[in-house]
Design a protein around this ligand. Structure first.
Ligand code: URA
Length: 208
């Protein structure tokens, strides 16, 4: 929601190419902490900018911070995050190897789904993170992240289990860890998805 007052809020600018990815992300993070472009600024405790390797080849994208993430200002640190860590470890990645972010940076009250105008306000920050980090492979967790990034309305079943090209990035879609906690039967499918991702990653990023 852009209001008259928020017209002068910080908006992400094109990254300065003279700067390293770490410096560029630092600048962007500082700007994002001031953002009050949507109603979530009223209720958040933290802007959860994202974290990880500024030069990661794999960028993991979730939906939105939950209560624990809002309290700590870090992505995926609650129960879903513990499961995400295990999923990544299963394919040989530690958190420090990858970059982890979300479609929106502030927690929606009661963990409701992000609203379309909140996504519209927030997505430019994520797009700038993608531009600065310039990963090769994206792992999109859950339908909200996948539908938002791929600009479609497809089901999980039709997006998972395959490589999807989008804007030069190689995308893989799988179940959100929170969905896996509710439906452990889907863990096998997630396992297949991330194995596929790893095999592809080793092909396109042979130097790790
Ligand atoms: N769920 C998400 O989508 N992102 C987080 O950071 C935590 C939980």
């Amino acid at each position: 929601m852009i209001t008259q007052e928020s017209l002068f809020d910080p908006v992400p600018e094109a990254p300065d190419r003279q700067k390293s990815p770490a410096e560029g992300l630092g600048d962007l993070r500082r700007m994002s902490l001031e953002c009050r472009q949507c109603r979530l600024a009223e209720t958040r405790n933290s802007v959860v900018f994202g974290e990880g390797n500024p030069e990661a080849r794999l960028f993991v994208i979730g939906e939105a911070p939950g209560a624990e993430e809002d309290a700590q200002g870090r992505p995926f640190v609650g129960r879903s995050g513990q499961l995400l860590d295990k999923i990544l470890l299963a394919i040989g990645f530690e958190r420090k190897d990858v970059y982890i972010g979300n479609i929106i940076k502030c927690r929606p009250p009661q963990n409701r789904n992000p609203l379309a105008d909140e996504i519209d306000c927030c997505k430019p920050w994520l797009m700038q993170q993608l531009e600065i980090i310039n990963p090769k492979v994206l792992l999109l967790l859950g339908r909200v992240a996948a539908n938002t990034m791929l600009a479609n309305t497809q089901s999980m079943g039709s997006m998972r289990g395959k490589l999807i090209g989008w804007n030069g990035f190689d995308c893989f879609v799988t179940y959100h860890p929170a969905a896996l906690l509710r439906n452990p039967n889907w863990k096998r499918l997630c396992w297949e998805d991330v194995q596929l991702l790893r095999a592809h990653y080793d092909k396109v990023c042979p130097n790790g």
